[in-house]
Design a protein around this ligand. Structure first.
Ligand SMILES: [Zn+2]
Ligand SMILES: [Zn+2]
Length: 622
């Protein structure tokens, strides 16, 4: 073994803001293999790091990558001279770090399993030609994973998710590394498994937003799947009811299944004009009455929790807001005791309903908007008034269920019942496979107000509405959409069964505005408890970006800054801006791509650190 003095480049497994050096140089008396694990001194702390390059000191030019201290330090201790991190893991971490502009050490930590570096941990083995061909089926949520585990039980699949205990995880890890498992089903964490011979990756429900991580690195697992598949020389197949419009490729490669469901759109303004003041249209009431003569299943979809979405003062027009967040408080009503409470769905604040408006002292406080609790009480009233026996009523929302098992029981009981009504929020979509493949009586589906789905001022709102309607259509035989705005393009196209028409018109709008897929968004946000400070800091960043760009808008331009849609959350004020990239339209599968480098160079003006978030391909622009 060569001796002397060596410079070892190390990835410290800690959070270093992305605009600082991510790989640091240390001295060591001997060479170290790529992937070896060491202990180093970093900002007066002992931490772990992974060696990536070793070079003799004498061959090295004086461009050491130093930590905050000027002097280069020695490695404190070699923990494992044998590689504990594979080339593949380093490749994936590098891509995550470069594409998502996230700290390299954190990206590497994200992909290493919890038992990494502990006794018995086996690194991935090189591609094993004797291994069976492996398929990874990626699901957005555990409930979908469970469905596929049952469906493909005969193939003896293994399951991976972050909910596994260390020992179970370890077991799956080793089976996959040894090439024993043919079919692997799991959530996005499965992308980091040491596949020995991955031949196919199937992404279920690719437009599901649960694939986007809320934590650093804020990666979208569907995009990461494309990169990981590329690393393994395998292919990705997407299976979805609706394509992700934001990426040009995905829009064309997905086969959209059109369901032959009967769709009616009811204009709720016409209902009022005709003297029907109920929250249920006459069409829906006709369905309620059918229970009298036949066995029936009915699903009412209500996107909002609680009783009323907000309380408005009718005198001054002020809505009751959470003291910690800039959002309306939601009225919740206990069905048994009828006691009322105002709850903030963002920070969990709860309080009693005040007698009068805090601004003008008026007593004219009125609840508005329809939540699932309101629908529950209205439906009970309806059957009482009609003097009819009410069918069994099930409710599925986060206020009424404890856990996933509870949810599944409700879905099973509803599907197993002879006649029943199910009230559900978005939670229903976790059970889409069960509901879409239900072979018993196909339900009628009522959407109480489609409008509440389009009230959010984001460019993706219509896409999201169309997606939800498409999913719901897959569950039943008839869809009744109640709305105050039947001219809404998403509702209109959906009613006509015109999927390609909708995609075409969305793409046309987005092309005119240069929105994704005709550009890529980078959302830069800063939050601070002082609104003035939050606003000033983001304005400084906007100014610096403009300085660097020097009026050249050919690739990048800036939208904002502006307060976030929820401008205050948990006492923090949030301001953001969108940096728009009009050049990098396809997902780059090379971490070293020049277009990523240029972009990251530009992002260096963002200070990073506490309060800052840089989100590549954010879920929303607001
Ligand atoms: Zn008032
Ligand atoms: Zn709040």
């Amino acid at each position: 073994m060569a001796t002397g003095m060596f410079i070892i480049e190390i990835i410290p497994l800690v959070h270093i803001p992305r605009n600082q050096v991510q790989v640091l140089s240390y001295f060591h008396g001997e060479m170290l293999k790529v992937g070896a694990v060491v202990e180093i001194d970093f900002n007066h702390r002992k931490i772990r790091g992974v060696a990536v390059v070793s070079e003799p000191l004498k061959s090295r030019k004086l461009d050491f990558k130093k930590s905050v201290d000027f002097e280069l330090k020695n490695i404190s201790k070699v923990i494992s001279a044998e590689p504990m991190v594979s080339e593949r893991q380093l490749t994936i971490a590098n891509w995550l770090s470069n594409y998502y502009y996230a700290p390299l050490g954190i990206c590497l930590k994200t992909i290493l399993p919890p038992f990494w570096n502990k006794k018995g941990y086996k690194n991935e083995t090189p591609k094993n030609t004797l291994s069976v061909k492996q398929t990874f089926l990626m699901v957005a949520e555990n409930i979908a994973g469970k469905y596929f585990m049952e469906k493909y039980a005969s193939e003896k699949p293994v399951y991976i998710s972050s909910g596994l205990k260390n020992k179970e995880y370890f077991d799956v890890w080793n089976k996959v590394a040894a090439g024993e498992s043919k079919l692997i089903i799991g959530t996005r964490i499965g992308l980091f498994l040491p596949f020995s011979n991955l031949s196919k990756m199937i992404v279920d429900d690719g437009s599901n937003e649960a694939y986007k991580s809320d934590m650093t690195p804020r990666y979208n697992a569907v995009d990461l799947a494309r990169f990981v598949a590329n690393v393994h020389n395998s292919e990705v197949i997407s299976s979805d009811v609706f394509p992700r419009i934001e990426f040009p490729k995905s829009a064309s490669s997905v086969v959209v299944r059109k369901s032959p469901v009967d769709r009616s759109v009811v204009n709720m303004i016409s209902e009022i004009k005709a003297g029907n003041f109920s929250i249920f249209s006459r069409d829906l009431q006709d369905e309620f009455l059918k229970f009298k003569i036949e066995n029936l299943k009915l699903i009412l979809y209500i996107p909002r929790r609680g009783h009323a979405n907000f309380i408005l003062c009718q005198h001054c027009g002020e809505a009751l807001k959470c003291p910690n967040c800039n959002v309306s408080l939601v009225l919740h009503r206990q069905p048994t005791t009828n006691s009322e409470q105002l709850i903030c769905h963002h920070c969990g604040y709860s309080g009693a309903l005040p007698k009068s408006c805090s601004v003008c002292k008026s007593y004219q406080l009125k609840p508005f908007g329809i939540g699932i609790e309101r629908v529950e009480s209205e439906i009970k009233k309806y059957y009482q008034r009609a003097n009819l026996k009410m069918p069994t009523l099930f409710r599925l929302d986060s206020d009424s269920v404890k856990d996933e098992r509870d949810e599944e029981n409700i879905i099973n009981d509803f599907l197993g019942a002879e006649s029943a009504i199910l009230l559900a929020t978005q939670m229903i979509f976790s059970h889409k496979h069960r509901l879409a493949n239900n072979l018993q009586i196909k339900p009628v589906i009522g959407i109480i107000t489609a409008d509440s789905l389009v009230n959010i001022p984001d460019y993706k709102t219509e896409e999201s509405l169309f997606r939800q309607l498409t999913l719901l259509a897959g569950f039943g035989k008839r869809l009744i959409i109640q709305t105050h705005d039947p001219e809404n393009p998403a509702i209109k196209c959906f009613a006509g069964g015109d999927v390609s028409g909708f995609i075409k018109s969305e793409l046309k709008n987005r092309e005119e505005l240069s929105y994704p897929p005709f550009s890529r968004f980078i959302k830069i946000s800063f939050k601070h408890f002082d609104n003035f400070k939050a606003k000033r800091e983001i304005a400084i960043v906007a100014e610096k970006l403009k300085q660097v760009l020097r009026g050249d808008r050919s690739r990048f331009d800036i939208m904002g800054p502006s307060p976030a849609f929820i401008s205050k959350e948990k006492n923090f004020y949030i301001w953001s801006l969108i940096l728009r990239d009009k050049q990098m339209l396809e997902l780059p599968l090379d971490s070293g791509a020049a277009e990523i480098k240029t972009r990251n160079e530009l992002l260096r003006v963002v200070p990073g650190g506490r309060g800052w978030i840089i989100d590549i391909d954010p879920r929303t622009a607001i």
